[in-house]
Structure formats: C-alpha cells, structure tokens
Design a protein. Structure first.
Length: 108
C-alpha cells in the first residue's frame, strides 16, 4: 500500500464519524384532523403493565357530593407504550407549569 493510500484510509473513517455526528433535520408534521373528535372529561384514571399504560377518561355525573356513591361515565380509553407515556408526562408537566406561570398556582 502506498503512502497516499494509507493517508486516505486514515481520513475516510474520520469523515464518516463527522457525518454520523451531524444532527438530523426535524421533519415537518402534517396534522390530519379529518377523523378528530373532541370530548370533555373531568375524570381520569390510569394503570399500567410492563408493556402498556392505560388512561381512562370520563365524566363524573354525580352532583350530590354528600352521597355514598359516585357515578362516572367512562368515555375513552387510551393505551400507550411506556415510552409514549413518558413523553406525555413530560409534555403535561410543561403545560401545567406554563399554566401556573400565567394564571397562578393550582391547589392540590
């Protein structure tokens, strides 16, 4: 192998490392809302397994708070991977912090 070949062999891997280290450009997202439905929820519960996180949303229809029974109409169940649930938790935390900065602290 000639000296020129040896120097090329040394240069090429470093070029590849620089290319691999470059951040990828963000992709534009096209939000298709043709099947979007809005609904109201004043109740949410959650549980999880190793493979998924389950969120249940509904409406508490009990007006008399003194009663011994509460009726909640569950309307939606959302199942997420743990990774998507973590991203949602981070998003919700940021959203609540922004809300409290704008409107004041929420009571527990």
């Amino acid at each position: 192998m000639s000296e020129a070949d040896k120097s090329e062999a040394k240069v090429e891997p470093s070029k590849k490392r620089v290319e691999a280290a470059r951040p990828q450009q963000a992709q534009a997202v096209n939000w298709n809302t043709s099947s979007l439905h809005s609904s109201y929820a004043n109740f949410c519960s959650a549980n999880s397994t190793r493979e998924e996180v389950v969120l249940n949303f509904g409406v508490n229809k009990t007006w008399d708070r003194r009663g011994s029974q509460v009726e909640v109409e569950l309307n939606h169940r959302i199942m997420l991977s743990p990774f998507a649930a973590k991203r949602l938790a981070e998003l919700m935390s940021k959203l609540v912090n922004e809300y409290e900065a704008r409107y004041g602290s929420l009571s527990e």
